[in-house]
Design a protein around this ligand. Structure first.
Ligand SMILES: Cc1cc2nc3c(=O)[nH]c(=O)nc-3n(C[C@H](O)[C@H](O)[C@H](O)COP(=O)(O)OP(=O)(O)OC[C@H]3O[C@@H](n4cnc5c(N)ncnc54)[C@H](O)[C@@H]3O)c2cc1C
Length: 473
């Protein structure tokens, strides 16, 4: 039987952004399909591997739109596209309700407000991969089932290669499947390919010189196809140098059991991060995402070690849902420990006298409130700094892990792809990790990958359906 090749709305990518687009579009009466490059039924994507926490800038998605806009602005220091922020704030609550009515099961993963909507079952609090059968994996299955019920299509093993354009308008996609070229027509195309965290060339161009020395903390399937296609069609892009990511044990570069968790962020933020000479190299107080970005831009992103003491290891070390204390050791990661800083430096292969001097200078700055005189300066955005003075002392060799790109294709509040002059490219939309403008402002403010994917997936479908029905009238 010949496959249909004409659709009202085609989504590129079968993560949450693409599936929300296609399911909602089908519910609104459109003939929709998803092209998914992965051939396997459990095709890899960040959506499947996610921790499953739906939040808006670390706030409960059910707060009022005004509160959520304020939270986004605080997180991004106001350097966010206000139209996109307003869209997220208005739709975050209704979007989790829509997901719940389409098979999502939510649980409160911890007493923290921003953990209220975590997909169930949540992953176990253990180091390493644990996505099979967890909430995000199940929800992808539920959305797919609903797509089938509405006669929407999911084409596995089908990689979109280029957009089909007629007189500046997008009218379909050329895709590759089993070595053949498929020509598919559509009134609207939604790019939902997850961005470009897995594209080493784009990483080198926009983020840092050594992608080979940065941990790829993602499914490896978002490789920038959508960005390339959108730019070829005349799209604008924004903030490509910013990414969302976390600090991990340096051993995660070799040891699968140490990523995507435990993250070392909370410990690093409470402590100091030094290079091989034991010099502090960045502002730890700006938080884990900022530290991760700073490391990834260095000539050698693998040069860094976190130095902390017992109160930090017993406090911040145990604070996360999947805490490095004790999951770092459980996963097989290096943790050096000693009663003196000199012995700690020796164990970690660092110059002993330099470490003692760096810690002494830091402790003095904390004691006498001179943090702004340190080089680099130490801010207190992520919590008040504390002295590193109570043995045992700990050293954790770390690496930077990229989870997803924060920048990407420029869109408006409906997910329409914009040209550099601000006009929309007819027939072209983008959603989720492929888009930019919302996140990455200030100290690399994060809004939330899951809520962004689902809110804009739904918005794209609503707008495309409105356009189609207007044409049919
Ligand atoms: C370990 C981990 C934990 C995370 N935890 C959270 C969390 O708890 N909360 C949160 O908010 N965010 C979290 N995130 C981020 C979140 O998962 C992503 O931001 C979000 O899922 C992105 O969804 P997406 O649909 O845009 O992209 P993806 O889920 O990456 O899907 C993109 C899809 O497009 C396909 N594709 C790529 N190119 C093509 C092509 N040319 N043709 C066809 N198909 C193509 C890929 O195969 C992939 O299936 C986490 C991410 C990771 C990796």
């Amino acid at each position: 039987m010949n496959e249909p090749t004409h659709f009202d709305l085609l989504a590129i990518g079968g993560g949450f952004a693409g599936l929300c687009t296609a399911v909602r579009g089908a519910e609104l009466g459109m003939r929709t399909a998803v092209l998914e490059a992965g051939a396997d039924e459990s095709y890899r994507c960040s959506s499947r591997w996610a921790g499953g926490i739906f939040h808006v800038s670390y706030h409960d998605v059910k707060l009022s739109p005004d509160e959520l806009v304020a939270a986004i602005n605080r997180q991004t220091s106001g350097e966010t596209d206000q139209e996109l922020a307003a869209a997220i704030a208005a739709d975050a609550g209704p979007t989790v309700d829509w997901l719940a009515s389409r098979g999502a099961v939510f649980t409160q993963a911890s007493p923290a407000g921003w953990h209220r909507f975590t997909l169930a079952p949540p992953r176990l609090p253990v180091a390493g991969q644990d996505w099979q059968g967890r909430g995000p994996d199940r929800l992808l299955g539920e959305l797919r089932r609903r797509l089938d019920e509405r006669q929407g299509r999911l084409f596995l093993g089908t990689r979109a290669a280029s957009l089909r354009l007629r007189r500046g308008q997008v009218v379909g996609i050329n895709a590759h499947k089993d070595g053949k070229v498929l020509e598919m027509c559509a009134d609207a195309v939604a790019i939902a390919d997850g961005g470009f965290p897995g594209n080493a060339e784009l990483f080198s161009k926009y983020i840092g010189p050594r992608p080979d020395r940065v941990l790829m903390r993602h499914a490896g399937t978002a490789i920038g196809d959508g960005l390339r296609m959108a730019i070829d069609a005349g799209a604008a892009y924004v903030g490509l140098d910013r990414f969302y990511g976390h600090l991990l044990s340096r051993d995660a570069m070799e040891n699968e059991g140490l990523w995507p968790y435990p993250q070392i962020d909370a410990v690093a933020t409470a402590a100091i991060v030094v290079d091989q000479r034991c010099c502090r190299i960045l502002d730890e107080g700006l938080g884990g995402i900022s530290i991760t970005n700073d490391l990834a831009r260095l000539d050698d992103p693998l040069c860094a070690t976190v130095i902390c003491d017992a109160p930090i290891w017993e406090g911040a070390g145990k604070a996360a849902l999947i805490p490095p204390n004790p999951q770092l050791l459980a996963g097989g990661g290096a943790l050096h420990r000693s009663d003196t800083l000199e012995a700690l430096a020796e164990a970690a292969g660092l110059p002993p006298e330099n470490l003692a001097a760096t810690v002494a200078e830091y402790n003095d700055a904390v004691r006498f409130n001179r943090l702004t005189t340190l080089l680099p300066e130490r801010s207190a955005r992520s919590g008040a700094p504390q002295r590193i003075e109570t043995p045992p002392f700990f050293a954790i060799p770390i690496c930077a892990g990229i989870t997803n790109t924060m920048g990407g294709i420029a869109i408006d509040g409906h997910g329409r792809v914009k040209r550099p002059d601000g006009s929309a490219i007819t027939g072209l939309y983008a959603a989720g990790g492929s888009t930019g403008g919302l996140e990455g402002g200030g100290a690399l403010g994060y809004v939330g990958g899951l809520i962004k994917a689902c809110v804009f997936g739904l918005r794209v479908a609503e707008h495309a359906a409105g356009q189609l029905h207007r044409c049919l009238k």
